[in-house]
Design a protein around this ligand. Structure first.
Ligand SMILES: NC(=O)c1ccc[n+]([C@@H]2O[C@H](COP(=O)([O-])OP(=O)(O)OC[C@H]3O[C@@H](n4cnc5c(N)ncnc54)[C@H](O)[C@@H]3O)[C@@H](O)[C@H]2O)c1
Length: 336
């Protein structure tokens, strides 16, 4: 089985690619290794992936159609997992155009080549941020998700809608996965856990927006990977019972599906920080700040659909997850 994974040097892409290689898939990894965060981390992830014989890597940008076309032609993949994107909520306020390039143009290129090559299963990263101004907790896929509060969320919701049009036009099976705050070893340096850890160890103050009154559905990376693998193995099917008079946005009469992937638990940011202090055996110095523009205050998933339909089961709780992250951080940065 040949599978293209875009964003293979990223946090989630690296873990998924490694898991697919362990499962004996041939993986064609694509990434432009951009400098949104420390390139060394991306290169070190790539070094690990390159130890596998069945891994083939190309450094390309998905918004450039010509090299992408050549790769599809050369490898003739059966499955595509599109994870390459400009991630980050706050950065989308500073650099909106990079989201248009990677998340809209890039996404369209990958989708369109998947159609041309009659891919059997197109899986892509969406995000819990699509729930935007929605306050109907926990967030369920059948809820309307058309009120994004920043451009990042708007591009992710657009991906879902674009995917639906190709499932309808070309019978392309597409599955969008709305990840809820992934965290864990090899994580992203722009995410809270990474920044908090660095600052605590340097005895630097931590900025806590909304005075720490945020809560997130922190989802450990191995659970995120399990969900992606389940989607890879189970292409979206047509929902024959779908009612166009009362349309459920998460499925369709076409082969289209959307799933939440979350831990199904709400964790307050202060609790997350306290766990970090416990495992680092150090106290944090905190700078309490007001809410930042574009931030969603409370995020909490309902994951009944993926549990019922694909037998998804999140296994790692936040205590164990934070402990594993601290262990990895100390190992990677050679700290005692
Ligand atoms: N980590 C999370 O909590 C989270 C939550 C919701 C959704 N997501 C989504 O999951 C996916 C993976 O996220 P991540 O946390 O691993 O982020 P990441 O930034 O670590 O990984 C993305 C990778 O894609 C690459 N990339 C970006 N733009 C590209 C382009 N135009 N062409 C080729 N490569 C490009 C980057 O170099 C990076 O290695 C993204 O689509 C992100 O939006 C992540």
């Amino acid at each position: 089985m040949k599978i293209i994974v875009t964003g293979s040097c990223g946090f989630i892409g690296f873990h998924v690619t490694k898991k697919l290689l362990d499962l004996n898939y041939n993986v064609i990894g694509l990434d432009n290794i951009n400098n949104y965060y420390d390139i060394k981390l991306k290169k070190d992830r790539l070094k690990i992936l390159k130890t596998y014989k069945k891994f083939f890597f190309h450094k390309i940008s998905i918004e450039q159609i010509t090299p992408l076309k050549k790769i599809f032609k050369k490898y003739k993949p059966e499955i595509v997992v599109n994870l390459a994107a400009q991630a980050g909520v706050r950065y989308s306020i500073l650099k909106p155009f990079s989201y248009i390039k990677s998340n809209l143009v890039g996404f369209f290129n990958v989708l369109s080549l998947s159609k041309d090559h009659k891919i059997k299963n197109f899986v892509y990263a969406s995000s819990s941020s699509v729930y935007g101004a929605n306050r109907n907790y926990p967030f369920v896929e059948k809820d309307v998700a058309d009120h994004p509060i920043q451009l990042y969320a708007a591009t992710k919701r657009s991906n879902e809608i674009m995917a639906h049009s190709y499932s309808a036009l070309y019978n392309l099976p597409t599955t969008g996965l709305r990840f809820f705050t992934a965290y864990g070893p090899w994580g992203r340096p722009d995410q809270a856990l990474f920044i908090f850890t660095k600052n605590i160890l340097k005895n630097k103050k931590i900025n806590l927006f909304n005075r720490g009154n945020h809560s997130r559905d922190f989802t450990y990376i191995s659970d995120i990977v399990d969900g992606i693998i389940l989607a890879v193995k189970n292409p979206a099917k047509k929902n024959k019972k779908w009612n166009p008079r009362k349309p459920d946005p998460s499925s369709s009469i076409y082969p289209f599906k959307i799933y939440n992937i979350g831990s199904n638990k709400r964790t307050n940011l202060i609790k997350y920080l306290k766990l970090l202090e416990k495992f680092l055996e150090r106290k944090a110095r905190i700078n309490y700040l007001p809410l930042q523009k574009g931030d969603v205050v409370d995020v909490f998933s309902k994951t009944d659909n993926i549990k019922k339909e694909l037998k998804f089961k999140p296994k790692v709780d936040v205590e164990e997850g934070v402990k594993n992250f601290v262990k990895w951080f100390k190992y990677y940065y050679k700290l005692k």
